[in-house]
Ligand binder design. Structure first.
Ligand code: PA5
Length: 392
């Protein structure tokens, strides 16, 4: 992974601001090292072989795993699953992500579909009380109860939740379901290296490689801090929106993952950079106009992938064309007054994605501290929940 935060950024930066925020480095490092919720810095992954055993059992019994979760209990695995699953080729085994909507048409189609296939469930919720997850689990479990015996169901439900507390943990104890743990000191959006994500991901990629990459990325504190300083300075300069840009369609959910990571980490007390994302070249023909000539509240972070599976069109590799367009767009946007950061990955592999994901965790946490907010809570999310409760 190579980070370029100077070439297309330097001339826009107020050096005094950069100096001011850079001087907080040791304070910010210490805050992270002493935080209660910093378990993701050195997560215990000794359960990986258990994950692989349960995965093999699920594969032998079912043709489909329904993963039920939302927010930090969903986005990481969905992001990498969609990146590492073929666009078109039918798969023998399917992972379906559910629990992110209250749409009745979606739910009724899902339930009808599940009546026709052999399936297992992985319900993921740290609290065990999230409305969307609980409703979806209850509806899908009813389908299961119609199709399978109690003994059979015991083999088909896997619960990932708090090690001791909550409804789901109680269910594990009462029913004897297989279970995994989301540790106390790791919050949802920082839980990529817990079973919440590693179990669903074990169906589509080599999770050991992902873990190795992650432990590389988590060493990149200095780079991550520099990136966080740029974000904080950009905000003071009126660049209050960060646009994450990809040239790969299957990065769609990875962009959603980034938006949650930064949105929930920073957006508090009236501050924070608002994260958005675009997929090029599609969005160059829509929002591209705004970026080039509209309100200058935006800076961008481009993902640049050096090597992709080749595709020859009229004697030219399409990926070379994609990179040429990317470089041209960066130049055009810089000339239009939009500062850019470039994050280059050698290739799309579990290792590079593990590395870049750990790196983004660091950036988000440091950025939160530079905004003087707690990077690990999300009190704003509770507000809609209590409004819903009061109306139910
Ligand atoms: O990042 C977070 O902590 C949140 O997005 C949660 O993951 C999300 O609200 C789901 O919570 P839970 O895992 O308790 O169901």
């Amino acid at each position: 992974m190579k980070l370029d935060i100077t070439t297309y950024m330097d001339k826009f930066l107020d050096k005094e601001l950069v100096k001011k925020y850079s001087s907080r480095k040791m304070d910010v490092f210490q805050k992270l090292d002493t935080a209660d919720m910093n378990g993701w810095l050195a997560p215990d992954v000794s359960f990986v072989d258990d994950i692989l055993k349960v995965r093999d059992r699920v594969r032998s019994q079912s043709s489909c795993l329904v993963v039920i979760g939302i927010g930090g209990s969903f986005l990481g695995s969905c992001a990498l699953y969609s990146m590492f699953t073929p666009y078109f080729k039918e798969q023998d085994f399917k992972v379906i992500f559910a629990g992110t909507t209250l749409s009745s048409s979606y739910m009724s189609e899902l339930l009808e579909y599940l009546e026709t296939v052999d399936f297992s469930i992985n319900v993921i919720s740290k609290s065990g009380t999230t409305m969307e997850t609980s409703l979806t689990y209850s509806a899908i479990k009813k389908v299961m109860e119609k199709k399978y015996s109690r003994e059979d169901i015991k083999e088909r439900i896997i619960i990932t939740t708090d090690p001791v507390k909550g409804n789901l943990r109680r269910e594990v104890e009462e029913e004897g379901y297989s279970s995994f743990v989301i540790p106390d000191n790791i919050g949802g959006r920082y839980s990529l290296l817990t079973a919440a994500h590693l179990f669903p991901l074990s169906f589509c990629l080599d999770i050991k490689e992902l873990i190795e990459g992650y432990f590389e990325g988590i060493k990149r504190r200095d780079d991550a801090f520099s990136y966080a300083v740029i974000r904080r300075s950009m905000f003071d300069q009126g660049k209050v929106v960060e646009n994450f840009v990809t040239y790969e369609n299957n990065f769609y959910y990875y962009m959603e993952w980034l938006k949650q990571l930064f949105g929930e980490t920073e957006g508090k007390n009236g501050v924070g950079v608002f994260p958005v994302s675009m997929i090029h070249t599609r969005d160059l023909h829509s929002l591209g106009q705004f970026i080039q000539e509209g309100n200058k509240i935006i800076y961008e972070t481009f993902f640049r992938i050096k090597k992709m599976k080749s595709c020859d069109i009229d004697g030219k590799d399409l990926h070379d064309m994609n990179l040429l367009v990317e470089d041209s767009v960066i130049s055009a946007h810089v000339s239009g007054g939009v500062p850019c950061i470039v994050l280059e990955l050698d290739e799309v592999s579990p290792r590079t994605l593990g590395e870049v994901s750990a790196f983004f965790f660091l950036v988000a946490a440091f950025s939160g501290y530079l905004f003087d907010v707690d990077p690990f809570n999300q009190p704003g999310v509770e507000v809609y929940k209590s409004e819903v409760r009061s109306r139910l």
